[in-house]
Design a protein around this ligand. Structure first.
Ligand code: FMN
Length: 413
């Protein structure tokens, strides 16, 4: 029995138990996968600085957002087509999130109907992610249904005007229309447990777009648009007003990386933003989201919460995000690796591992509450916002009475 001690262990197991086509769909990024690597590299390169001899008998890793308490400072990010990993994946993830006391964000491109996800996890904190495709009426219907099913926040994803070029998928013939190569078919046959589950559960469909009792069927064109992520390119900041009329709960904008966009989000009435490069699956030249975070936090200037995702594989990564000003992090691939390696229990075990690591990291930092985490816990001046860097430089000058120091700024600030 292999020990599954961390997310990477779950990832390795996922790689073994999934056909390559499915593993690569989850694991891969756009083009040369530089952005995806950048996410990890930037997190790994960011040291945390502990404060010692502090009373850490109780450490609270929970947060509060939009009037709701989360048991850990992260949520499960929306993942489309998770049903390829396991039938009923979205329901299993929602149920794991409910057990862990963290939110689950359901993708528009989920393979379980949003109402069925709610039934599977009646007490879960559910948020709905929205893709807006050509026919706006479809998005309107999803929003209405999400509200009826007690989804609590709406997350508009804005970094997909066109799909990033996922070359791993193309090599496997995983595109519209699907063209499976003999190699891929053989690969599937070599994973009989996965194949059997798929045979029992049926080919995953975009369940939210299937005709429901009161709705007209969604055109094949829209289904194809969702698979190839061809979104409505006429969507602009003004469209937030259109959504506002349909949705009176918290409205988040996911996929921003620039400070000007962060300011626009505030101006156009978003309730929070998610700093994200879609896990490196869209613009391969995009910055690491953790590197973009400080300037985004500075741009919104405390007016709305900032969330961040991309490359979070350890509790310490989540702590780094919080220390740089994020209210919470989202984890995308990590719980999917868990789902692949052990179903709902595997996903829950990943969430628990991340929570334990978060708690241990905070204890080692001497922080007893997520609120206490701040830029002083992060030792990397170039990733701080310009104002923080100025502040650090001023502090250094003060500390050294204006004399030049032999230490670089980050060693003392
Ligand atoms: C397989 C896969 C499918 C995704 N599908 C969606 C989606 O439907 N909607 C969305 O907003 N983001 C989607 N994302 C992006 C995630 O929500 C999230 O931003 C990203 O996975 C975070 O990076 P991480 O996987 O390194 O944690 C997807 C990511 C992956 C890996």
């Amino acid at each position: 029995m292999t020990l599954l001690l961390n997310v990477e262990d779950h990832r390795r197991r996922a790689r073994r138990v999934l056909p390559r086509l499915v593993f690569d769909y989850v694991d891969g990024g756009a083009e040369d996968e530089r952005c995806m690597r950048r996410n990890r590299d930037a997190l790994e390169a960011l040291p945390l600085v502990p404060e010692c001899l502090r009373d850490t008998r109780t450490v609270d890793i929970g947060i509060e957002l939009f009037g709701r308490r989360w048991h850990a400072p992260f949520a499960i990010a929306p993942i489309g087509l998770a049903g390829l990993v396991r039938p009923r994946a979205d329901a299993l993830l929602a149920s794991a999130a409910q057990a862990a006391g963290v939110p689950f964000i359901l993708s528009t491109a989920s393979n379980t109907r949003l109402e069925d996800v709610r039934d599977a996890a009646p007490d879960a904190l559910l948020w709905m992610q929205l893709y807006v495709m050509g026919e706006r009426a479809i998005a309107e219907r999803i929003v209405r249904r999400a509200r009826a099913a007690r989804f609590e926040a709406l997350v508009l994803t804005v970094d997909v005007p066109v799909s990033g070029l996922r070359e791993r998928d193309l090599r496997h013939g995983f595109r519209v229309p699907m063209r499976l190569t003999p190699g891929t078919l053989l690969d599937m046959a070599r994973h009989p447990a996965w194949l059997l589950r798929l045979a029992r559960g049926g080919m995953p469909q975009f369940a939210n777009l299937l005709p429901d009792d009161d709705g007209a069927p969604v055109s094949a064109q829209t289904q194809a648009a969702l698979l190839s992520r061809a979104m409505d390119r006429s969507l602009t900041w003004d469209s937030l007003g259109w959504l506002r009329k349909l949705w009176d709960g918290p409205l988040l904008v996911k996929g921003l990386l620039g400070a000007q966009d962060a300011k626009r989000a505030v101006r156009y009435g978003a309730d929070a933003i998610v700093v994200s490069n879609h896990g490196g699956r869209q613009l391969d030249a995009a910055p690491a989201s953790i590197a973009a975070l400080p300037a985004m936090v500075e741009a919104v200037d405390g007016r709305i919460p900032v969330l961040v995702d991309g490359g979070m594989r350890r509790g310490s990564d989540v702590v780094k995000a919080l220390a740089l000003g994020a209210r919470a992090a989202l984890v995308g691939r990590a719980p999917i690796y868990g789902l692949a390696s052990g179903g709902e229990q595997g996903a829950l075990s990943v969430l628990q591992l991340l929570a334990q690591e978060t708690e241990r990291t905070m204890t080692l930092l001497g922080a007893t509450h997520t609120r206490e985490l701040g830029p002083r816990h992060v030792d990397q001046p170039e990733i701080r916002s310009p104002t923080e860097q100025e502040h650090a430089a001023a502090q250094l000058k003060e500390n050294t009475h204006g004399k030049p120091s032999i230490y670089p700024v980050h060693a003392t600030a």
